[in-house]
Design a protein around this ligand. Structure first.
Ligand code: GLN
Length: 489
């Protein structure tokens, strides 16, 4: 029994009866408990519920009604509501919040027969790039426990990197799947905005938030996406994008890439990556060896992406988070003297420093005198950035780029919020444009993983995942694992 294998392999072994989902789940729980002491990657390990689900999965497998995900333990970022489970979103504000319903995406995965092993630690309300903003303490990077795992889906990335569950869910608003996946040496997919329902996913910046997956391979990411994707009447921004290819993934896998692709390499990204030049060169040559044609392109408004994002995301966060007022749910202060006192103290006590910073800047950007100067201007920049990508995709099929400016940094190293925001340099533009993007491990720099990003046109996850699978078929970086695993086992 081995949790560190492609999902289809595990599914085949479950189907053969080599072991049961219950046995697999017991092993995953055991591993989660042991490694959580060092990594702090879980907010909740859902032992009883997981075992009950595993038993149901075993019955389903015996009845011959299994999907490729039936009986597979999965970890969910603690931003997804799951009925009856703590959904903290990494915040003191929701540290006592038991969700009364289940997010659509999670429900789809449950319907497919997955086992919910637990909920992953994360930056508070998904704001951050290092997981140091969690009310439940920071997460350690399995490759070097003195380093951060990235954020905000850092718990999910650490769980997959440490081979606790083969896949985990995450969310990405400006890079929160891709940057931690890159820091932890795993594959991370942010789908096209609207591909996956946001219903039941605690809102940060609704025009950007998108659920996705962290896995070891593009094949596993595709398999998860096949079950997570789809229109949801409860999310008016989800799309009814009929995609026969994606629907066929559970049966047929992701298939071969039909034709050689033209790949754009945005100059503005490669010029600003502080590490990895040799690795990116090797990656380019590997792709060229498979018939990909790489060429330099330009995305001229890249520089403006971070300022625009922090205005827009802050503005949306300030309105989304106004619902936490101590009245209906969430943290409530002791003995409020008046309604105003209740609001003021509940919010002051419940939110951490970074969340307060976003609410303050976002409220400022939306205020009467500044709306045009900040919010409207940022929206215009967002449009220019989208246009840059549309121009690029009229010439090339796919973009490759660095995922993050560097590798995982040390815990406590970045104290300046603006330096932290620079982490998102290469991930934010695709978020602002709503494009699908993924990251793949493409090597090590000083013993820490480096990620290669691929970005495709809207709803072209097919090309994205197939190209990623080609890269993974000729390289071995995705098979490297941190030493931690050896030490513990
Ligand atoms: N690091 C970015 C931020 O703090 C992105 C977060 C995210 O994608 N959720 O906003």
């Amino acid at each position: 029994m081995n949790l560190d294998q492609p999902i289809r392999q595990i599914a085949a072994e479950l189907a053969r009866g080599d072991y049961s989902s219950r046995e697999l789940t017991v092993a995953a729980i055991e591993r989660a408990k042991r490694l959580n002491e060092r990594l702090n990657c879980f907010v909740t390990i859902a032992e009883d519920q997981a075992l009950a689900q595993a038993e149901q999965a075993d019955q389903r497998i015996r009845r011959g009604q299994a999907t490729p995900l039936t009986g597979i333990p999965v970890t969910h970022k603690d931003i997804f509501c799951i009925d009856g489970m703590l959904t903290s979103c990494g915040s003191k504000m929701l540290a006592n919040f038991t969700a009364p319903y289940t997010a659509t995406t999670i429900q789809k995965l449950l319907d497919a027969g997955t086992v919910t092993l637990g909920k992953a630690n994360m930056d508070e309300f998904a704001m951050g790039s290092s997981n140091e903003n969690s009310y439940f303490g920071s997460v350690a990077n399995p490759w070097n426990t003195d380093c951060v795992p990235g954020g905000s889906s850092g718990g999910s990335a650490a769980v997959v990197a440490a081979s606790i569950t083969p896949v985990a869910t995450g969310t990405d608003t400006g890079g929160s799947i891709r940057q931690p996946a890159s820091f932890c040496g795993v594959t991370g997919l942010k789908p096209t905005y609207g591909r996956v329902s946001r219903y039941g996913m605690v809102a940060f910046a609704s025009s950007l938030d998108q659920g996705g997956v962290l896995a070891h391979t593009a094949h596993d990411a595709a398999l998860m996406l096949a079950y997570m994707a789809g229109f949801d009447p409860r999310d008016s921004t989800s799309h009814d994008h009929q995609d026969a290819w994606l629907e066929a993934v559970p049966e047929n896998g992701i298939g071969e890439l039909e034709a050689p692709l033209t790949v754009g390499m945005p100059k503005e990204y490669f010029d600003n990556a502080s590490i990895g030049a040799t690795l990116y060169d090797e990656a380019r040559r590997a792709l060229e060896g498979q018939g990909f044609r790489c060429q330099e392109i330009t995305l001229p408004h890249t520089d403006a992406a971070i300022p625009a994002y922090y205005i827009l995301a802050g503005a949306e966060a300030s309105t989304n988070l106004s619902r936490y007022d101590g009245v209906r749910f969430g943290h409530r202060c002791e003995d409020p003297e008046s309604l105003e006192d209740l609001y003021e103290r509940s919010r002051s006590e419940g939110f951490g420093a970074e969340v307060k910073r976003r609410i303050l800047t976002g409220t400022y950007a939306l205020s009467v005198g500044y709306f045009d100067a900040y919010y409207v201007k940022a929206q215009k920049i967002r449009r220019l950035i989208q246009q840059d990508f549309l121009n690029a995709f009229s010439k090339v099929d796919l973009l490759i780029a660095p995922t993050a400016p560097g590798t995982a940094f040390r815990r406590g190293e970045l104290t300046d919020p603006l330096a932290m925001y620079q982490q998102d340099l290469f991930t934010i533009p695709a978020s602002l444009a709503g494009l699908p993007a993924l990251t793949l491990p493409c090597g090590l720099h000083d013993g820490l993983p480096v990620g290669l990003q691929m970005i495709a046109a809207h709803f072209d996850e097919q090309r994205l995942l197939k190209a990623a699978a080609v890269y993974q078929s000729i390289t071995d970086w995705h098979n490297l694992r941190p030493d931690l695993r050896m030490e513990i086992d």
